[in-house]
Design a protein around this ligand. Structure first.
Ligand code: FEO
Ligand code: CA
Ligand code: CA
Length: 560
């Protein structure tokens, strides 16, 4: 399979913007690289050869530990001021950096998802004090929680090797659970064409036209869930947060993919991509500029979807499909042409709102919680983290590999197989976020839940704290899962994103100290900035080891 440059740039996904270093796979698929060779001197190669990739041992230490050859600095943390008006939100997840000028990879706009809140820290409300906590929250407390989620755009610049926020830059804005957001659809959703806010923003993606995608995952925690009964009578399941006590927003307003324009800060919800617990949205641009969008529903026994647009650059015109991974088929959620859907739902809008039910009617395969999705920049295979499914006995998850027929992203058939299984043998459990670096090594974070981690005799004990791993593509460690960062206590490392020159890995440290029930005795004090309060933050990781990994094909030789 031969790719043109544009396709390869699309392939690069999270390292995709105006890559300064021509990626090795540009010169030809799966073969060794030539373009990079001209960019490194023999001396530089020798220096990188001396950088040793040495795995961290599992640790339960309350700190962000990094392998030798890596260093980190905090870019921004919860509560930091981004402008006179706004502060940085809570629990960062997905990061995406877009340079303002594609010739300068060191100055641009960082989008950060703020996935969920913690009432203890954000609203000074301790849920442990009450049997039914949400009944006791005040509107002021709910407003604080709603402000703490959504996303942030911050302009950041790298100066003398340090990434700093440009405070008060005109691009710096917050999108919150109360920001009005339009829908990209011709019919209203539950009577509205403009929706109050976005929430549960877990992972996301980037479009070929350089906008951010942020995905609404566990929206049922915010405004509850609608259960549709036999004759389409509905029942409202209350939310964990209890926001509906003050804001009577229907659950149908959430569970969408939201696109944010970095320059203007305006947002829109893409109804055509379906409504479910969207973990992420990973786009591929076809030669004719139509797009293919992959997205998983991170809920037990839910599904993997892909949208294929029928018009260039559209996330509205096209067809949403769901995966039958047993038979390798993409099944169309198409009301007009699928009698089984026509019998059940009144129109395509209802199919999209109730995508999970529609998927089941078509025979979609239940999966073990699909999380992040990335496209291998060298093979074009699609990797999907299946994090776990405990009731089915899958405690450690796996990475699913999808090979589209003939390598065509708009194919309607594919082959599915397991690329890598979690567990003690491979040294990781509960895969979540994925990212490829500039030479095609796969980086992966883990997400063992805070209440299960480090429990004596529990299934997760051997793995200790959540971590970041790299799976090298070349050399003696090719295919091995190597732990390169260990998170502070209770935390999860999320949102890995490489800067355009590949030299910085942005990473979120989400929910350190989450198991805290008494503020006077926090389970974590990371980042140790003097006030005893754990603070979720985004860090910038740099160092010789990242440089080595980006040139691993040159340094270590042959491809696997
Ligand atoms: Fe928010 Fe599925 O992780
Ligand atoms: Ca996740
Ligand atoms: Ca997760």
């Amino acid at each position: 399979m031969v790719y043109n440059r544009r396709e390869f740039i699309a392939f690069l996904g999270k390292a995709s913007i105006a890559t300064i270093t021509i990626p090795p796979f540009l010169s030809g698929c799966s073969s060794n690289t030539k373009p990079l060779k001209n960019k490194l001197s023999e001396e530089q190669i020798k220096k990188l050869k001396n950088v040793v990739l040495e795995a961290l041992v599992p640790s339960d230490k309350d700190d962000l530990l990094l392998a030798n050859g890596l260093d980190y600095k905090i870019v921004i943390k919860w509560g930091d001021r981004i402008s006179d008006k706004d502060t940085f939100g809570f629990n960062p997840d997905f990061n995406c950096f877009i340079p303002l000028d594609e010739n300068n990879p060191k100055d641009g706009l960082l989008w950060v998802n703020h996935e969920y809140t913690n009432p203890l820290y954000v609203a000074d409300f301790n849920p442990n004090d009450f049997e039914n906590p949400s009944e006791h929250k005040t509107k002021a407390q709910v407003d604080k929680e709603m402000y703490s989620v959504g996303g942030s755009i911050v302009r950041i610049k790298e100066e003398q090797g340090v990434w700093k926020v440009v405070n008060n830059d005109s691009h710096n804005i917050r999108i919150t659970a109360q920001t009005p957001i339009a829908i990209n659809w011709d019919k209203p959703i539950m009577g509205k064409t403009e929706i109050m806010g976005t929430n549960s923003n877990c992972s996301g993606g980037i479009t070929p036209w350089n906008t951010f995608l942020t995905c609404e995952e566990n929206y049922d925690n915010c405004f509850g869930q609608t259960i549709y009964g036999e004759n389409d009578n509905t029942t409202h399941i209350p939310s964990l947060n209890g926001w509906e006590k003050f804001y009577n927003n229907p659950p149908e307003h959430y569970g969408w993919v939201v696109e944010v324009n970095p320059k203007s800060g305006t947002a829109q919800k893409h109804i055509a991509l379906g409504r479910f617990a969207h973990e992420c949205c990973t786009l591929y641009e076809l030669e004719d500029k139509r797009v293919v969008a992959y997205s998983g529903d991170d809920t037990k026994n839910e599904h993997l979807y892909k949208f294929i647009s029928s018009k260039p650059g559209s996330l509205k015109e096209g067809t949403l499909y769901v995966a039958d991974t047993v038979n390798g088929k993409w099944l169309a959620l198409d009301w007009e042409n699928e009698p089984v859907l026509k019998n059940k739902f009144k129109d395509q809008t209802e199919v999209l709102i109730r995508a999970r039910e529609a998927a089941k009617l078509l025979g979609a395969t239940p999966l073990n919680r699909p999380e992040d999705i990335e496209i291998d920049p060298i093979t074009g295979h699609i990797f999907v983290s299946l994090t776990n499914n405990k009731p089915k006995g899958d405690y450690h998850g796996s990475i699913l590999k999808i090979e589209e027929t003939n390598g065509k992203f708009d194919a309607l058939t594919f082959k599915a197989s397991t690329y890598l299984a979690g567990g003690e043998e491979n040294g990781f459990s509960c895969p979540d976020n994925l990212a490829f670096d500039l030479s095609g090594n796969l980086w992966m974070t883990s997400d063992m839940s805070g209440d299960a981690m480090n429990k004596e005799n529990g299934p997760y004990m051997p793995f200790k704290n959540n971590s970041l791993f790299v799976i090298p593509r070349y050399g003696k460690d090719a295919g091995k899962v190597i732990r390169v960062a260990s998170a502070p206590r209770d935390a999860e490392l999320t949102g890995p994103w490489f800067s355009p020159d590949g030299k910085t890995l942005f990473l979120s440290v989400q929910h350190p100290g989450e198991q805290t029930t008494d503020k006077a005795n926090p389970t974590s004090q990371w980042p140790f900035d003097g006030d005893n309060i754990p603070k979720p933050a985004v860090v910038a990781i740099t160092g010789d080891l990242i440089d080595k990994m980006n040139y691993l094909n040159l340094v270590e030789g042959s491809s696997t």
